[in-house]
Structures are given as structure tokens and as C-alpha cells.
Design a binder for this molecule. Structure first.
Ligand code: 6LW
Length: 522
């Protein structure tokens, strides 16, 4: 029996959305300031996935330059309808409504190309899409409530979208403000037409420890919606801080080929019940129906570690893999896991003979712009990354290294710099915008330098030459400590720190692997 182990999409893959088209499921998630944005993964059995492309994968589709960490691309929704794939999403912290806010893109093939974004005249975040039986398209999302008596609450709106006019049309309807008065943030709304009724599934409680799922239903898409008396119908908050999985919420329903129901949702693996360096990851949750209402994780009340997928037997799709299959070993430049910051990898570096040639840029990891940086998500609590850098091309005053990144204000790196007297090694701990740099002495002149980062739970060790050179604590770098929405990235960077850049660094080799796939860790 094929089974899935949660999280089935480990590492920073928050706000998952899934849809089915034919024999395939397609999934997208938030990517914030990283590009390419909104990875599109597909699977036939929910167990083995492959990345088929990214929604935001062309220069100029969206402008992320200057957008601070944990801004950018929030909470996409993917749907299939009217013969097309649709993704709705929000570019946050780009105030110009012509270039930021909620947008729609479509594609005939989810591998792309996706259309240029159509900006949607709607405030707020977490846009979603529904198609009614008459083939009409309905957009919905969440925003700060407008009515004064609902001050600082949020409200879910729904309005028809005209594909011909590429705009919202008709009356807007506010359909939900949360299951419980004072419930923080009704977010991530998704509307479904199920058995002749409309169902709303929404996140509540904020995307942290108190995260929860609420449900409501109506006869018409525009309401009125009646909440499930059991709301919030699913949460891990009642498990308390002894649970090593917290923050479950932001669900999207799906139906399996055998008619059974499931949901994808985010949650965080927190060994101490609080800190989650890997970020918000994508989990699968069984769903049943009772008295016309969905029941999440029936009989358990918490996300299971393993879920049997009986209908998948024999559906071994050609060419797909478990995420793990690809996280052990070399990450070649062609690997779709590579991301850059606010620019596409191909705008930052050139793939050449299996290596990356990365010109030095004046900007550093400390500014909200597009530094010379390429990285991948940390996907395992126990992980090892190793890079071999050709530093011969570094000019005087330039540096390159390996970094464990939460944001431009919070990251730790092991750095090789070229000074007048040659190469020197240093560590840099950046915490809440303050940097502590430690000089670790001269390095013998060499063509290549090997830098290693080993993570074991919350403990990280940076090594050079097999010697520990610096350490970091994941409890200082995770979003619960720093704020924001991201899990940790491991990457390579190069900078002239503001001086006119002249050199380059070549990433001869970058490896990432789970240190040891502990039971339940992926
Ligand atoms: C996402 C929203 C949220 O858009 O976090 O806290 C945002 N809730 O649903 C980013 O993940």
C-alpha cells in the first residue's frame, strides 16, 4: 500500500493550494521575495511529486525589487476551469495597484507559459477562485473589515469576475467575518460547490500557534453562510506546546479518485512546540463528511504522520518522485529548487558546465534588493549542505560564502573575503538588523574553497577544512523569533558590499542532503 508521510512537501511551502485536472493534481504555495515564484508541482497519487514549472518565471512579470523579506507573493490559489488553469495570488508591499496587490494569471498548460498578471481591483490578500454551474467565475478573498463595528477584524468578500472584461463585475458580497467574534483573521478563504451547496473553508487564528480551520455553508455562493457549530473544526492549538506539530491551518479541499476527501494545509514541525526553522510546510489531512459538514482528521483531531493512499496502488506515475528523492546530493543548476532573491536565478548567474558562474553584485544580503545569491529551502530538520566555490575571480574587497537565511535582517554566514594580503575567513551573525562579524584568520591561497553547513535540529555548525568555524541556533532564526513568514534557506552569495563590483565566484558544486532521515522527518 502506497502511503504518504507528512509533511509531504517539507521545507518552506506555506499556504498550499491544490486542484485536480484529469488524472493529475497540481499544487502551488507562497514564495514571498524568492523567484522564480509560485512553484507548480504535480502528482497522480499525492505521494510522488514533480515540479513542472513556476507561475512567475519570466523577467518583468512582476517587480519584486525593494520588497522586504516576507513581503512579495502571498497565498496563491490554483484552480482548473473553463478549459484553463487559473492562479490567483497577491503581490504584497507593492503599493501601486497597477503593479501590486491581487492578480490573476491563466495557462493552458500548468507547466507554463502563464499569462502576464491581470491586476484585480480588490483590496486584501488570499484571493481564490470558484466556478459555478453556469460557468461563471467568482473571485473571493479576505481584507480588513470595512464596517467600523468590525474594526481590525477581517472579512471575506466574493464577486463575479468577467474573463472577457478581465475585471470584477457586479455586486460585491461580504460573506464571512470569522466563526467567532474576535477570532483573529479570517483568511485563506476557499469556496467549493459540493452536493448542491456552497462551502467556505477559511483559516482563522493567525498563521501561528493559534491557527485553525473554520467552515460555513450556503445555498447560494453569495450567502448567507451559516457556520459549522463545531467551528473551528480543526486546530492543533488545543494540543498545546507539547505537540511537535503546531499551527495547522490554511486548508484546501480535494477529492480523490475513489471519492474520498482530503485537504492540504500548512503546519510547522516544532520540536520544542514553539520554534520551526523549516517554516510552514505542506501536510495532507484526511477528511470525512458527517451531517453534511466536513470533518478534518476524523477520529484523531490532529494531522497524522502517515496516510495510506489505497487508490494510488498501481498508479506509479512515470517520472515523478518523492521530494526526498531529489534532496539527497548534488543540486545541479538545472534543478527547479534553485531560487534567487527578487530576481530570477538566470538574471543572477549563468549555468555553465554544471556550475553556476555568479558575478559579484554591489548589493549584499542585507538590502531588500537582488544580491548575488542562489539558494534552496532547508527541507529536513537534520540536513547538510556543502558548497565548493572557485574564489579566484573575487577582486580585492569582495567576498563570497554560504548563508543560512531567514531575511535580510536575520541570517548567519561563513564568508571568504579577498583582502590586500590574500584570503581571510570570517563569520557574520546578523540578528534583527545588527551584524556581528568575527574574523577567523587568513586562508591559504587556493582556487577552490569548501564550506559546509550542518543542521541538527536547532543546532547549526558552519565548517571549513573539517573544522567548526561558527554556529547558529535555529531558535534565533525561525519566524517565531524574527517575525515574518519564512522558513530557512541555505545558499551561496557574493558581494562587493557597495563598492563597484568587478569579480565573480563560481559555484563549482552545491550539495544538499538529509543528514539522516529520522522517522517522521523528511
Ligand atoms: C497568507 C495569509 C497568512 O497570505 O499569512 O497569517 C500570509 N495568514 O493566509 C502569508 O503566508
Amino acid at each position: 500500500m502506497i502511503e504518504i508521510r507528512n509533511p509531504f512537501l517539507p521545507g518552506c511551502h506555506p499556504d498550499p493550494s491544490i486542484c485536480r485536472a484529469g488524472d493529475w493534481y497540481y499544487l502551488v504555495c507562497s514564495t514571498f521575495e524568492y523567484l522564480p515564484g509560485l512553484p507548480v508541482l504535480r502528482s497522480r497519487d499525492l505521494v510522488r511529486w514533480e515540479t513542472v514549472g513556476h507561475v512567475i518565471d519570466r523577467p518583468g512579470m512582476l517587480d519584486l525589487d525593494g520588497i522586504g523579506s516576507s513581503g512579495g507573493l502571498y497565498a496563491p490559489t490554483i484552480r482548473y476551469g473553463l478549459g484553463l488553469f487559473w492562479v490567483a495570488c497577491t503581490l504584497v508591499d507593492r503599493e501601486d495597484p497597477a503593479r501590486g496587490g491581487n492578480f490573476l494569471v491563466t495557462a493552458a498548460d500548468p507547466a507554463g507559459p502563464w499569462s502576464d498578471p491581470v491586476m484585480i481591483d480588490a483590496e486584501g490578500i488570499d484571493p481564490s477562485i470558484a466556478f459555478d454551474d453556469e460557468g461563471r467565475v467568482w473571485l473571493h478573498g479576505t481584507r480588513l473589515a470595512r464596517a467600523p463595528e468590525w474594526h481590525d477584524q477581517t472579512e471575506v468578500w466574493v464577486r463575479e469576475y468577467s474573463p472577457d472584461e478581465r475585471a470584477l463585475v457586479g455586486e460585491e458580497h461580504v460573506i464571512w467575518r470569522g466563526a467567532v467574534r474576535g477570532a483573529v483573521w479570517a483568511e485563506g478563504p476557499h469556496l467549493y460547490r459540493i452536493d448542491g451547496r456552497w462551502f467556505l473553508v477559511a483559516a482563522e487564528g493567525g498563521t501561528e500557534f493559534h491557527h485553525a480551520v473554520s467552515v460555513a455553508r450556503a445555498e447560494e455562493i453569495t450567502g448567507p453562510y451559516i457556520g459549522d457549530r463545531a467551528n473551528p473544526v480543526f486546530t492543533h492549538r488545543n494540543l498545546g506546546r507539547t505537540s511537535d506539530v503546531i499551527g495547522a491551518g490554511h486548508a484546501d479541499l480535494l477529492q480523490a479518485p475513489d471519492g474520498s476527501w482530503l485537504a492540504v494545509m500548512l503546519a510547522m514541525r516544532a520540536a520544542d512546540g514553539r520554534h520551526y526553522p523549516l517554516g510552514r510546510e505542506t501536510f495532507l489531512c484526511p477528511v470525512s463528511w458527517e451531517d453534511g459538514w466536513p470533518v478534518f482528521a476524523p477520529g484523531r483531531g490532529r494531522l497524522p504522520r502517515v496516510i495510506p493512499i489505497p487508490w494510488a496502488a498501481g498508479a506509479a506515475p512515470a517520472g515523478s518522485w518523492q521530494p526526498d528523492d531529489r534532496t539527497a546530493g548534488l543540486v545541479a543548476p538545472s534543478d527547479p529548487r534553485w531560487t534567487a532573491l527578487r530576481a530570477l536565478p538566470a538574471e543572477i548567474a549563468t549555468a555553465e558546465d554544471g556550475t553556476w558562474r555568479m558575478p559579484v553584485r554591489a548589493t549584499s544580503l542585507q538590502e531588500p534588493s537582488a544580491p548575488s545569491f542562489l539558494g534552496v529551502r532547508q527541507q529536513h530538520a537534520d540536513a547538510e549542505a556543502r558548497c565548493v566555490l572557485d574564489v579566484r575571480g573575487l577582486a580585492e574587497g569582495e567576498s563570497a560564502g554560504i548563508v543560512l537565511r531567514q531575511s535580510e535582517r536575520d541570517h548567519v554566514s561563513l564568508v571568504v573575503s579577498r583582502g590586500r594580503a590574500g584570503l581571510r575567513l570570517a563569520s557574520e551573525h546578523r540578528r534583527a538588523g545588527e551584524t556581528l562579524r568575527r574574523d577567523l584568520g587568513p586562508l591559504a591561497e587556493a582556487d577552490d574553497v569548501e564550506l559546509t553547513l550542518r543542521g541538527r535540529g536547532y543546532d547549526y555548525v558552519f565548517e571549513h577544512g573539517g573544522v567548526e568555524r561558527a554556529t547558529a541556533d535555529g531558535r534565533d532564526l525561525d519566524a517565531s523569533a524574527t517575525g515574518g513568514f519564512l522558513g530557512l534557506w541555505i545558499g551561496v552569495f557574493a558581494t562587493s558590499a557597495g563598492a563597484e563590483p568587478r569579480g565573480e565566484v563560481r559555484i563549482i558544486r552545491f550539495e544538499y542532503a538529509p543528514a539522516r532521515p529520522a522517522p517522521g522527518d523528511r
